[in-house]
Design a protein around this ligand. Sequence first.
Ligand code: PMV
Length: 329
Amino acid sequence: MKATSEANANIALIKYWGKREKKLILPYNSSISMTCDGLRTITTVEFSDEYDKDVVLINDEELKKDEKDILGHLERIRSMAGINEHAKVVSETNFPVAAGLASSASGFAALTLAASTVAGLTLSERELTILTRQGSGSACRSICEGFVEWYKGEKDDGSDSYAETIADKNHWSEFRMIACIVSEAKKKVSSRAGMAQTVETCPYYDGWLKSVDEDLKNIREGILNKDFSLVGLTAEQNCLKMHAMMMTTKPAIIYWIPATLEIMHHVLAWREEGLECYFTIDGGPQVKVMCLEKDVNEINKRLLELEGVKKTIICKPGDRAMLVEKHLF
Ligand code: PMV
């Protein structure tokens, strides 16, 4: 028996950075993202007693160093379903992995949906987000469509730390996120290690936590009222606060490269000119530029003219993770 699913990556407008509990992956703060139509992973999973170990192939390459503990996640699903068979997992993405474009989000969401289905579990969307969260935190937001909030929750068992859609993909279909690829190199510090180091050593972590509720409120309000300036300004500042923390941990984590700054300065200058756009950046050098559909062609053209921009991918609010008929093997 095989199951195949498709999931989109998501880009956070309000970032998750820091775990209050590491094993279950419970965050210190809630976060809000957009599921991105344009950054997709397809994954087929088969459990069979013909396999004597788990085999995982990502974009045609066999997984050797399991840095994200994909095998641990398969084991979690097996033990929930009460099965013993090993798995074959084949996964393909339509964008570069491990460079700060949230490939682990689409990957873990697609894996969780396909593996739990073929293992015989029938989970609600909320339960699926809780299970996905235990594989990779931000991935739980990729289960849901459109604009999504992941609630930090209060309970120790994580049962109230789930994700849900706060506005569906059609609510604000003019919203665009242009992912600018400036480097395809694998990032040096994983988000897992980076956030742990931040919680331990950054003197500003308390300030981050104190100000995040206000950011969440503004983004929710901005999304519901389609107030692009409020969403853009809040998301941009939230991103800069996160990077300010990263830079001031010991040792410093600096994900930006010259091309990252080149885009940031241009976005600020274009905005001055009246072309409204904002940036956000995650755990890597890539920049995602937010704008509205009416300006997307002009902004994309200008981005592609910059020296450091290798490629852009234009994303709009995307669908939830879904099962599909066509298997990859
Ligand atoms: O869930 P992780 O371990 O991939 O961490 C994600 C961290 C950020 O992308 C920087 C922020 C976020 O909320 O997506």
